[in-house]
Design a protein around this ligand. Structure first.
Ligand SMILES: NC(=O)c1ccc[n+]([C@@H]2O[C@H](COP(=O)([O-])OP(=O)(O)OC[C@H]3O[C@@H](n4cnc5c(N)ncnc54)[C@H](O)[C@@H]3O)[C@@H](O)[C@H]2O)c1
Length: 431
């Protein structure tokens, strides 16, 4: 029986492996249509989801309503499913190379339960070729089955944007691909059951993998250009955001802005493409330069600020910085690969003390991940106030609020340029 038919009639089980930012919303959407097994390796996360709590803080309890889902850490339960959707992390290692351990481990779990007629769809962001070259051989070896004859695979990248309530799993057009024409059609129709924005049928798995990786690479390279411009304009003593505001009045000027590029997508995915390109004998220059500029931004910002502190005649060892925000982007709790951490470490390398406050980040998580202590509330006077992350709570503040924390000759650092018209008395610096 067709996969689509079985699922649309609520007969077949779907398993979702990896219940994070990507996996949980998909699992819950499908669980409104058919039976779902939600599998994750972290017992504490599974326990929270059983209690209708999203560990990633994106969904609310009501999002679990009217769903038929069994949360588990037991890979044996995956046996029930005919369609397996893999949405585990695809990070980089200390050498900035793809770390496929979670992906291959999830693939081994699926390979161990795969049956004739099953489908496996990968949603994790990977380099072109990964699904067919790295994952399929494991599925075939562990199941003893043959791709195309006994089971089919697909790749369907996720485009959600953490913290974005408008672009959600069901409202973003989804790219789908399959290992053959039948797989493509079946997988496309299954996703059409939940994605109201529709699906784009890519011509092959590699095309779909490449499409996802270039969406983020394009953003990374464009932000790198803005960051480079801001280093030039800083020397010219002009404000980059003012330049962009003026240039942005042209109809075809692209609207990117400078800043810290953290998180586990834009700052990571280009390394997957770099890795694969180099493996194929091509050494990308633009993508590599973009990465190197963006990875070096925190260091550059800190050194510019340190020069200014010294310029006020202060002793660095006695200087204090107040860092407003620590997560990788605004209004999310995710601290992974946050470049604010690089900024803090850079200040600390100059012996400058940093107090960091963040209404969204979890203090224990910050300590476990980075060995850094969050400050509950600012105390005393600071020499530098850095508006690092534009959480709503900070964005709505006025200069008088900041002035309460400002010491003599304090510098206000506005990384995203949002307080440009607000700060009149404090010394203002932005990219
Ligand atoms: N977060 C985003 O906005 C976003 C957007 C598009 C694409 N992606 C991609 O989607 C994939 C998943 O990202 P995410 O943000 O959902 O990650 P996440 O870290 O939020 O969640 C991953 C989940 O997978 C679990 N996990 C780890 N290893 C596992 C394994 N071997 N088996 C089962 N579960 C395992 C973790 O415990 C966690 O619950 C990545 O490839 C990422 O690049 C993420």
């Amino acid at each position: 029986m067709s996969l689509y038919k079985e699922i649309s009639e609520g007969k077949a089980y779907i398993s979702v492996i990896g219940l994070g930012y990507v996996g949980l919303p998909i699992a819950l959407e499908f669980a409104k249509k058919t039976h779902v097994v939600g599998f994750d390796i972290k017992e504490e996360r599974v326990a929270m989801m059983r209690n209708h709590i999203d560990p990633s803080n994106e969904l609310v309890a009501a999002d679990f309503d009217n769903t038929d889902i069994e949360f588990t850490t037991d890979p044996e339960i995956l046996k029930k499913a005919r369609l397996h959707i893999v949405a585990v992390p695809t990070p980089i290692d200390d050498h900035r190379l793809p770390d496929l351990k979670p992906l291959l481990s999830a693939t081994r779990n699926v390979g161990g339960v795969l049956k004739k007629g099953d489908y496996v769809v990968y949603e994790s962001t990977v380099y072109p070729g990964c699904t067919e070259e790295d994952c399929v051989p494991i599925l075939e070896e562990l199941s003893g089955l043959k791709l195309g004859v006994d089971f089919k695979v697909g790749f369907s990248p996720e485009r959600i944007n953490p913290g974005d309530k408008e672009h959600t799993t069901t409202s973003i057009l989804k790219i789908v691909s399959g290992s053959d024409a039948e797989a493509l059609e079946e997988i496309a129709r299954v996703y059409e059951l939940i994605v109201t924005a529709g699906v784009h049928r890519a011509s092959s798995i590699k095309v779909a993998e490449a499409a996802k990786i270039i969406e983020n690479t394009q953003r990374d390279v464009n932000i790198a250009l803005m960051n480079e411009l801001s280093m030039i304009f800083n020397r010219m003593k002009i404000n980059t955001f003012e330049v962009l505001e003026a240039a942005g009045t042209k109809w075809n000027f692209l609207k990117f802005s400078p800043g810290l590029v953290g998180g586990h997508c834009i700052g990571v995915d280009p390394y997957y493409l770099l890795y694969k390109a180099k493996q194929l004998g091509y050494h990308p220059q633009m993508i590599d330069s973009g990465r190197s500029i963006n990875d070096g931004m925190a260091q550059w910002i800190a050194s510019e600020i340190v020069k200014r502190i010294v310029g006020t005649g202060k002793n660095l060892r006695e200087s204090r910085v107040l860092m407003l925000g620590m997560t990788f982007k605004e209004d999310v709790s995710d601290i992974r690969n946050s470049k604010v951490v690089d900024l803090i470490r850079e200040f600390e390398s100059f012996m400058v003390k940093v107090d960091t406050v963040d209404p969204h980040a979890d203090a224990t998580e910050v300590f476990n991940e980075y060995g850094l202590k969050l400050t509950e509330a600012p105390s005393g006077q600071y020499d530098v106030i850095v508006a690092a992350v534009q959480h709503d709570k900070f964005k709505n503040m006025k200069e008088k609020d900041f002035k309460k924390w400002a010491g003599r000759d304090a510098i206000f650092v506005d990384i995203k340029g949002v307080f440009k018209h607000e700060i009149k008395d404090l010394t203002y610096w932005s990219l």
